[in-house]
Write a protein that binds this ligand. Structure first.
Ligand code: SF4
Ligand code: SF4
Length: 163
């Protein structure tokens, strides 16, 4: 292909690409606009289902969670956002088992990748769609996710787990 032909081939390829881009631009330009009047609408504002606002350890109405302190979420977290503290306890049958003491989550360093929740063998974690998290110091973004006085759910695992 000589240089004149190549010039025209490249020209029409570029023109085609430009028109494809403009088609998208024009479509959006004439679409009905949606304006969220935030923060005036903060009480009514609903985030979309898959929005990842913050990580929570799920608890049921009896203050039970499902975390067995295996540490898989902590190991899989790419950012060191999760810090677990656990201790060994002896149950009523004399068997030793690990129990969760504290589940620390640093919201400020979370990537919202969901690796922790997806790899948890107990489905003990989930994300909730909260979205107002502004604080004045980074320390306030570090949360304890296990509630005070909460314990591991006895088997079978309690149903209707809520946040
Ligand atoms: S939340 Fe899940 S993965 Fe993390 S320590 Fe508890 S049981 Fe293991
Ligand atoms: S979402 Fe990702 S970065 Fe955040 S705590 Fe879970 S694994 Fe770590």
């Amino acid at each position: 292909m000589n240089s004149v032909n190549r010039y025209f081939v490249n020209f029409f390829k570029g023109l085609h690409s430009l028109l494809v881009g403009m088609r998208v631009t024009l479509r959006v330009f004439f679409r009905k606009k949606t304006t969220e009047c935030y923060p005036e609408n903060r009480k009514k504002l609903v985030m979309f289902d898959r929005f990842r606002g913050e990580l929570v350890l799920l608890h049921d109405s009896q203050n039970h969670h499902k975390c067995i302190a295996c540490g898989i979420c902590e190991v899989n977290c790419p950012n060191g956002t999760i810090r677990l503290t656990s201790e060994m306890m002896t149950d009523e049958t004399g068997k030793k088992k690990k129990v969760l003491v504290e589940y620390r989550y640093d919201h400020g360093s979370c990537l919202f990748c969901q690796l922790c929740a997806r790899t948890c063998p107990q489905q003990a974690l989930d994300f909730i769609p909260t979205f107002e998290h502004a604080v004045f110091t980074r320390e306030k973004l570090v949360h304890k996710l296990n509630r005070d006085g909460s314990t591991l759910a006895p088997k079978p695992v309690a149903e209707s787990i809520t946040v």
